[in-house]
Design a binder for this molecule. Structure first.
Ligand code: 9D3
Length: 289
């Protein structure tokens, strides 16, 4: 996939795009990322892209024209270079505190698009008329105040990059991490705890079942941990599922279940089928003696 980013702080992206998963995705050819400085499109010689708000108030507002010209320029360069991929296929995203909260289902949808254009605002905001004209999908990271959309763009790039084919060395990771494993009711579940060598550290032991060699017992224990942790730490995830989906089993609401033990073998359904067999996966994890 291709991602174009429009920002007044392009330097923020250089270290990020040169490191870890995003860098791997770019290196492997699964992702190309192009960062554009909105300031290039400022019509005045002071490179000014913001102005005082009509109606008064604190701060500055980003002007329509530099943003609109930057979008048009990025989209036209792009539709020439990516033939067969017209500008109409570009999904425009504005990172904004007014946007829908970014969630994994939205990340999965965005990751499947051939081309994203990420627009980062700054200052008090962007002139509403250019938002109306561009009609972007508006995405927020959550209910706290950032100074601009750049971190949002980086979060989004990281989240979609790791879902591109062949980007994660360990192909099961994307399928098995938090929010990719679901309860039998369809609720996204938190991840189970992880352990590595040594078997004892600071007087703390690794749970016995992980050393047992019983693959089914391990899988059951992990599922029970996912469900227990979700119930205690993020009950809202289970609640949201029941409120959203009428197909869900309502009994969990009226009769909250006790914390599940490994023995109860409650199925946590994996959204994506692991590319490796459980057998191979288990060997790769190894028991570290
Ligand atoms: C303190 C300023 N606020 C006045 C009530 C409005 C405001 C304007 C601009 C708040 C934040 C911003 C800049 N933030 C983003 O561009 C942003 C953001 C965020 O602030 N929180 C969560 N997600 C995002 S995505 C982009």
């Amino acid at each position: 996939m291709r991602i174009d980013v429009l920002t007044i702080f392009p330097d923020l992206f250089t270290g990020f795009l040169a490191t870890s998963i995003p860098a791997n995705a770019i290196e492997s050819g699964a992702l190309s990322c192009h960062v554009h400085d909105i300031r290039i499109h400022a019509a005045n010689r002071h490179r000014k892209v913001d102005d005082r708000p009509f109606g008064g108030g604190p701060g500055m507002v980003m002007m329509c024209q530099p943003i609109f010209d930057a979008v048009k320029a990025a989209e036209s360069v792009t539709s020439q270079s990516t033939d067969g991929c017209p500008a109409t296929n570009i999904v425009r995203v504005l990172l904004s505190p007014q946007g829908e909260r970014l969630t994994q289902p939205r990340v999965e949808w965005l990751a499947q698009q051939p081309h994203l254009l990420l627009l980062c605002g700054h200052y008090e905001g962007i002139d509403e008329r250019v938002i109306e004209e561009l009609n972007p999908l508006e995405i927020s990271l959550g209910d706290y105040v950032l100074s601009g959309g750049e971190l949002g763009a980086m979060v989004l790039i990281d989240a979609v990059a790791r879902l591109q084919a062949g980007v994660l060395g360990h192909e099961d990771s994307a399928a098995e991490d938090s929010f990719s494993v679901r309860s039998s009711e369809g609720a996204p579940l938190l991840d189970c705890p992880h352990y590595t060598r040594p078997r004892e550290w600071n007087g703390r032991e690794v749970p016995e079942v992980l050393l047992s060699g019983d693959h089914q017992a391990v899988a059951r224990w992990r599922d029970a941990q996912r469900i227990e942790r979700t119930q205690t730490r993020r009950p809202d995830l289970l609640q949201d599922c029941l409120l959203k989906d009428t197909q869900c089993d309502r009994s969990i609401l009226t009769h909250p279940r006790p914390l599940l033990t490994a023995k109860q073998n409650i199925a946590a359904e994996h959204v994506a089928t692991p590319t490796r067999t459980p057998e191979a996966s288990f060997k790769a994890n190894d028991l570290h003696g």
